[in-house]
Design a protein around this ligand. Structure first.
Ligand code: TYM
Length: 334
């Protein structure tokens, strides 16, 4: 809770190209929440360097992501959209929380296990303490709610554990955050292997739909999507490819799963895949058009970056000073 309004925080990494999974599992759900909550949406560039990045590329991707937040429908006046690296409180709180997090807890994180297997030549300490920085992001803004996809659930749980541990020592310092996970779309799967989640870092570009893919590419990728051979459009775990496509169509069209299954009763896979592709094009095309328009206005985006970093810093500093006092750091002399 900040200034009498419930607070919401979420973020995305600026690594790789944003996928339809990121959109359907997170970004799409963010759009309508600013009436009810004070919203903070961060481009988490500090997290990105846990994996080696090309500096120029990272900077470019970060700006693209921030612009995409706006293009997807976030009003940058009602929502605080900013870069994590512009608010030093993230790193400062993260250090403090590191001292309240156990190695055993971090060892259990599945994302750490996955990423260290993928980047065996660079298992750095930042990769290990990644969830603590994420906890700092969330707790810095006294967040009540954190809208994320299913894959971030474990990180939300450790955030709650760290906050509860800190509160049990120092009193009610942090709000304990709740995850907000959408009913459909919280785990969009790869189009080439529907048992795996769709991921920015997938080497097979046909496995993911990127937010910037043009209509022809989108349709082509859906046509090639791996399904099964029985040609029946049913929603169950034995048919993960079709289930995923039904989920995607349901999110794109705002229809329920039952409605979608009824709509495609007796329809062949070829026509169904085309319909899913077209529904996704109709969602992404307006975002791409808006993005193209926004990128032309450098001053406008720069203004948002500056104003929102100031706003985020203001709220972050409030929590940080409180925490610093609680743990016993000397007060600042003015
Ligand atoms: P990231 O950048 O991997 O993903 C951003 C958001 O997209 C969701 N997501 C998906 N949802 C559905 N289906 C998929 N295939 C899919 N892939 C990704 C993620 O769940 C996430 O919500 N650690 C975070 C970033 C982060 C953060 C935070 C999030 C840093 N600090 C604080 C919330 C609050 C991450 O790497 O997300």
């Amino acid at each position: 809770m900040l200034d009498g309004k419930k607070t919401l925080f979420s973020g995305m990494q600026a690594t790789g190209n944003i996928t339809l999974g990121n959109y359907m599992g997170a970004l799409k759900n963010w759009i309508t929440l600013d009436e009810e909550y004070q919203c903070f949406y961060c481009v988490v560039d500090l997290h990105s360097i846990t994996v080696r990045q090309d500096p120029a590329e990272l900077r470019k991707r970060a700006r693209t992501l921030l612009t995409l937040y706006i293009a997807a429908g976030l009003d940058p006046v009602k929502n605080c959209i900013y870069y994590q690296s512009h608010v030093s409180g993230h790193a400062e709180l993260s250090w403090i929380l590191n001292c309240f997090t156990y190695m055993g807890e971090l060892n259990r994180m599945t994302q750490f296990k996955d990423k260290s297997a993928k980047h065996a030549d660079n298992i750095n300490a930042g990769l290990f303490t990644y969830p603590v920085l994420m906890a700092a992001d969330i707790l810095l803004f006294q967040s009540d709610v954190v809208p994320v996809g299913v894959d971030q659930k474990q990180h939300l749980e450790i955030t709650r554990d760290i906050a509860e541990r800190f509160n049990s020592i120092y009193g009610d310092v942090f709000t304990i955050p709740e995850p907000y996970i959408g009913k459909v779309g919280a785990k969009i799967m790869s189009l080439q292997d529907p048992t795996k989640k769709m991921s920015k870092s997938d080497e097979n570009i046909n496995a993911s739909i990127y937010l910037m893919d043009d209509p022809d590419t989108i349709i082509r990728k859906f046509k090639r999507a791996v399904t099964d051979s029985d040609n029946q459009i049913l929603y169950n775990d034995e048919k993960p490819g079709i289930k995923n496509l039904i989920d995607i169509y349901s999110v794109s069209t705002n229809k329920t799963i039952d409605e979608v299954v009824k709509e495609f009763d007796g329809v062949g896979y070829g026509d169904f895949k085309l319909a899913v592709g077209e529904s996704v094009v109709s969602v992404l095309k307006p975002i791409q058009d808006k993005f193209a328009q926004l990128t032309k206005d450098k001053d406008y985006i720069d203004g948002i970056i500056k104003d929102n970093a100031e706003k985020a810093n203001y709220f972050a500093t409030k929590t940080l000073r409180k925490v610093q006092k609680k743990v016993g750091f000397p007060e600042r002399v003015r």
